[in-house]
Design a protein around this ligand. Structure first.
Ligand SMILES: O=C(O)C1=C[C@@H](OP(=O)(O)O)[C@@H](O)[C@H](O)C1
Ligand SMILES: C=C(OP(=O)(O)O)C(=O)O
Length: 675
């Protein structure tokens, strides 16, 4: 996951390949709750691991559920309708699929609970659900604003509940209120049938008031209830009957499909990008998720889509895409993706009946309209619609996209990087994707192709601090990191271990070694044939060997291809001696870092002393000067600043100040205005 303050997406040109997507959020959280309410043990396979499922799992653990890893799956020992705690304070983040269903389940389970979430969760309505539960006889108080979390839930005896009359719930703000009742009320149906004295044999009826929105999510709920042994009778979308005596029965094992809403970004990618097309695995035509119908919308816009039971294959069809006018009420989450696809259409696209966007992770109509306008688009919006006009090449602007802590804003705006103007897109706070798809950007980068991946080079003499600076800058930008010096050091080490000398006679043999180096960088460690050689390559002797092998032209050539292969999306920070001059002459920014020999000797001295290696300052300084001379006078790629490099003398700067300076220069060469 990218935890950087922003992530710059370079202009993207094509995309090809296969992605396997993480599990469905809607299925995962329903299955977790049902497994917890049921008796027995349920093993859940392919569960989504994200913020939304983590808050659900934490909540269930707090209720006393035993949750263990079972191979790649998760084993949940259900409560069988009986709490193993008398109460708890539960933090549910911004997960609607945790807050709403848990409110209903806990109101029926008994116990004292407090349910809260992130500030935005406290602005997301829950009043219609609370009203329905209170009408039943449940006791729930608002701890903040009436109609919104946080909530206090108090215990009531199940046999005091008013189950005879239909339970009425509004369905026009969120379908999750109805889902919550459907998932939780079998608790009461089961309990009622256990009591011989009363209520036994009574069905529980729920009536929906107002036009139900997001209907396909109710189908997910009914489908999963059925897998847990509860067969709800549905009469249109107005009446739902939970038969008397219903009891949750664990299916034992259950598999979670890949998330169809997450698939929308990759379906769109296949429709927009040039290339061999995108194959999505884990979700397909047999999906129980309503958002699979995004496929229909993408086809309307011209995408070519083939599908099998649990796969989709998408490629570009009509181009530009065809404009659509769509009632998107059935696919509220995936429809946001259409709003960005609209930028590539042949006319304005109208998405209607989407009022619920306004009460989700953010006011999504407002957020989409604002951010699309930043890209240059003309957008009309109203209480329940958005109309997005396409953008001609000249109309595009480079923009910093605010994401409002909304995963879907972050994910769908990544598609703007395919703009024909070749402009990068900056996604602010990209870590918000953690709600449902923590590795979204990594997955995107595994299939997207950029015309040019940005590179920031930091060259300079030994002990100038370029490694520390480059690592810090790479971290800030979320870029890959290449320590090219390490490649030479590892080659030097391999040379020694093979009994070779760094001379012309062995040049070809060393070059062959370099070409086939079994080298891996893992968690800050340098692994050679699996052995951690991080320390072995950091000695002064290894440094000398590195310098010597680096003077051999055949070795440099062998390592060139290896170095270039580090240039991968979203970008690279490379440190070394010839990054800007030889390896990446077209780098976006080149920095040449220097410090006085005295300063560098002092830093190196401190470093070695801290590792318990004793040296003298004078000796170190003499070595450094000798190495500078050798590096700058070698015939191939001598150490010198690229003509277009910016010079940074860090003799008097702290690491933080140097990082700040390089990031300020980086910002200067970007086309983004302020956000
Ligand atoms: O039940 C569910 O799993 C969901 C229902 C939808 O919400 P609304 O019913 O509020 O539209 C959807 O937007 C949300 O992401 C998940
Ligand atoms: C609306 C969404 O989430 P939630 O489940 O929190 O409602 C969403 O994932 O787009």
């Amino acid at each position: 996951m990218f935890s950087t303050p922003f992530l710059d997406l370079p202009p993207l040109a094509g995309a090809s390949g296969t992605v396997r997507l993480p599990g469905s959020k809607s299925i995962s959280n329903r299955v977790l709750l049902l497994a917890a309410l049921a008796g027995g043990t349920t093993t859940v396979h392919d569960l989504l691991d994200s913020d939304d499922t983590r808050v659900m799992l934490d909540a269930l653990a707090a209720l006393g559920c035993r949750i263990d890893r079972a191979g790649a799956g998760l084993r949940i020992e259900g409560l069988d309708g009986r709490l193993r705690t008398s109460g708890a304070k539960l933090f549910l983040g911004n997960a609607g699929t945790a807050m709403r269903p848990l409110t209903a389940a806990l109101a029926l389970l008994g116990g004292e609970f407090e349910l809260s979430g992130v500030p935005r969760m406290h602005e997301r309505p829950i009043g219609d659900l609370v009203d329905a539960l209170v009408q039943l006889g449940c006791r729930i108080d608002y701890l903040g604003n009436p109609g919104y979390p946080p909530l206090a839930i108090h215990p009531v005896p199940l046999d005091s509940l008013q189950l005879a009359a239909p339970i009425r719930v509004r369905g026009d703000v969120s379908s999750q209120f109805l889902t919550a009742l459907l998932l939780a009320l079998p608790l009461a149906a089961g309990a009622a049938s256990e009591r011989a004295d009363q209520a036994s044999g009574r069905d529980i009826t729920i009536e929906v008031i107002g036009e139900l929105i997001s209907k396909p999510y109710i189908e997910i709920t009914l489908n999963l209830l059925s897998r847990f042994g509860i067969e709800v009778r549905r009469e249109g979308w107005e009446r739902f009957v939970i038969p008397a005596g219903s009891r949750y029965r664990s299916p034992g094992d259950i598999h979670v499909e890949a998330d169809a809403s997450s698939a929308s970004y990759f379906i769109a990618l296949g429709a927009i990008a040039r290339g061999e097309g995108i194959r999505i695995e884990g979700v397909g035509a047999d999906s129980i998720q309503g958002d699979i119908r995004f496929v229909e919308a993408a086809r309307l816009m011209g995408a070519h889509i083939d599908s099998g039971p649990n796969w989709l294959a998408i490629s570009r069809g009509a181009w530009p895409l065809k404009a659509i006018d769509l009632d998107a009420n059935h696919i509220p989450d995936a429809a946001m993706t259409l709003a960005v696809m609209a930028l590539y259409a042949d006319g304005p696209c109208l998405l209607r009946n989407i009022a619920s966007w306004r009460v989700k992770e953010t006011d999504r109509i407002d957020a989409m309209a604002k951010e699309l306008r930043k890209l240059g688009a003309t957008v009309e919006d109203g209480p329940d619609f958005i109309c997005v006009h396409p953008l001609a090449r000249a109309g595009w602007r480079a923009a910093s996209i605010r994401t409002y802590d909304d995963h879907r804003v972050a994910m769908c705006f990544s598609l703007a990087a395919f703009n024909p103007a070749g402009l990068p897109v900056r996604i602010l706070e990209p870590h918000c994707v953690a709600k449902t798809f923590p590795d979204y950007f990594e997955t995107l980068f595994s299939v997207a192709e950029a015309a040019e991946v940005p590179v920031l080079c930091i060259d300079g003499p030994t002990a100038s601090g370029k490694g520390t600076l480059a690592v810090a800058v790479a971290y800030q930008l979320g870029y890959h990191y290449l320590d090219s010096g390490t490649l030479y050091r590892v080659t030097g080490l391999a040379m020694r271990r093979n009994g070779l000398e760094a001379d012309a006679a062995h040049e070809m043999q060393i070059a062959e070694l370099a070409r086939t180096l079994p080298l891996r960088f893992s968690e800050g460690k340098v692994l050679l044939s699996g052995e951690d050689v991080s320390d072995a390559i950091r000695t002064e002797a290894a440094g000398m060997d590195a310098s010597r092998v680096s003077a051999l032209p055949a070795v440099r050539k062998a390592l060139l291809a290896l170095q270039k292969s580090f240039r991968r999306l979203p970008g690279l920070v490379a440190d070394g001696r010839d990054m800007g001059t030889v390896v990446f002459p077209d780098a976006t920014l080149k920095v040449y870092l220097t410090a006085s020999a005295a300063q560098r000797a002092e830093r190196r001295h401190k470093q070695l002393i801290s590792k318990g290696i004793s040296t003298t300052l004078d000796g170190l300084r003499a070595d450094l000067e000798a190495r500078d001379l050798r590096d700058s006078s070698r015939s191939v790629a001598p150490l010198k600043p690229a003509p277009d490099a910016r010079l940074l003398d860090n003799s008097l700067l702290s690491v933080e100040q140097s990082v700040e300076q390089v990031l300020a220069w980086w910002q200067e060469v970007q086309p983004f205005g302020s956000s």
